[in-house]
Design a protein around this ligand. Structure first.
Ligand code: IPD
Ligand code: CA
Ligand code: CA
Length: 262
């Protein structure tokens, strides 16, 4: 796909940060004797990746706003455009040496996500989309799955950890969904979960308590692949609520009904 100048900047930034993270990922294994040491190392890797992305994006578009997990929000002189960045989604996987993590970069224009990149650097899978130009994985066009029977469908979610308050609601979701479907996966990187829905690898994904940087790029990637993505509360806001349900079009109504039926 011949992307816009903005998309090319985003892809370049993701690749550069990806090289830095892959190098650090190879080091993590040597540090696992001490989880605390590894934890500190990973947070340094995370901050370094965000710095690389920020330098690349801000050099190219110094007037755009910025929202990222590590450095928070900086308004731009152009109030209509904002980068939304998670430099490392799937930190726990990274820390444990599991090769399932990604860089997520989105561009918002007048409140709408118009471009998104989710880069799985360990597998060299670049998922990207621009409004009106389709969703892509490397050189191939993406399309959500066509499954329309719940019992044949696989769904992904994030399970709350460390005493988070949304555990009971998620367990109830699972109790309703699991008997009705072919399986539920928890792979630990929400940005990749959405990219996998776009690629037809999962038929749907939902999660409570995410942040804007986890979801932003995935929104346009899922939509451009022909999928539907909505806030869990239909009257809510995707980026502000951080509660998301998405899936291929044929399954979406049945799937979202099970998830929303709490
Ligand atoms: C996390 C991952 C995970 C999700 C968590 C997120 P992080 O992001 O996306 O899959 O379940 O809610 O916080 O902390 O690895 O960037
Ligand atoms: Ca994240
Ligand atoms: Ca993160």
């Amino acid at each position: 796909m011949q992307g816009s100048a903005n998309l090319n900047v985003m892809i370049k930034a993701a690749r550069k940060a990806g090289r830095s993270l892959v190098k650090d990922f190879r080091e993590v294994e040597n540090l696992q004797v001490s989880m605390k040491g590894a934890g500190d190392f990973v947070s340094r890797a995370d901050i370094a990746a965000e710095k690389i992305i920020r330098e690349e994006l801000m050099e190219a578009r110094p007037n755009y706003g910025w929202l990222a997990e590590e450095s928070g929000e900086t308004p731009g002189t152009d109030p209509t455009r904002r980068w939304i960045v998670d430099p490392l989604d799937g930190t726990t996987n990274f820390l444990h040496g599991l090769p399932h993590w990604a860089i997520s970069i989105a561009l918002e224009h007048k409140g709408e996500i118009v471009a998104g990149v989710v880069f799985d650097a360990a597998k060299d899978e670049m998922f990207y989309a621009e409004k009106g130009a389709g969703a892509w994985l490397n050189e191939s066009r993406l399309r959500v799955s066509g499954r329309n029977r719940m019992i044949e469908s696989i769904f992904a979610t994030g399970l709350p950890f460390g005493g988070r308050s949304d555990l009971p609601a998620t367990l109830q979701d699972l109790a309703r969904l699991m008997p009705a479907c072919a399986g539920v996966r928890r792979w630990g990187a929400a940005a990749l979960d959405m990219a996998y829905v776009a690629a037809g690898r999962y038929d749907g994904f939902w999660e409570r308590r995410l942040n804007a940087w986890d979801i932003a790029a995935g929104i346009v990637i899922v939509r451009e692949a022909g999928g539907l993505i909505e806030p869990l509360d239909p009257a809510g806001s995707l980026l502000e609520d951080g509660e998301v349900v998405c899936g291929n079009e044929p399954i979406f109504e049945k799937f979202s009904k099970v998830i929303r039926d709490s």
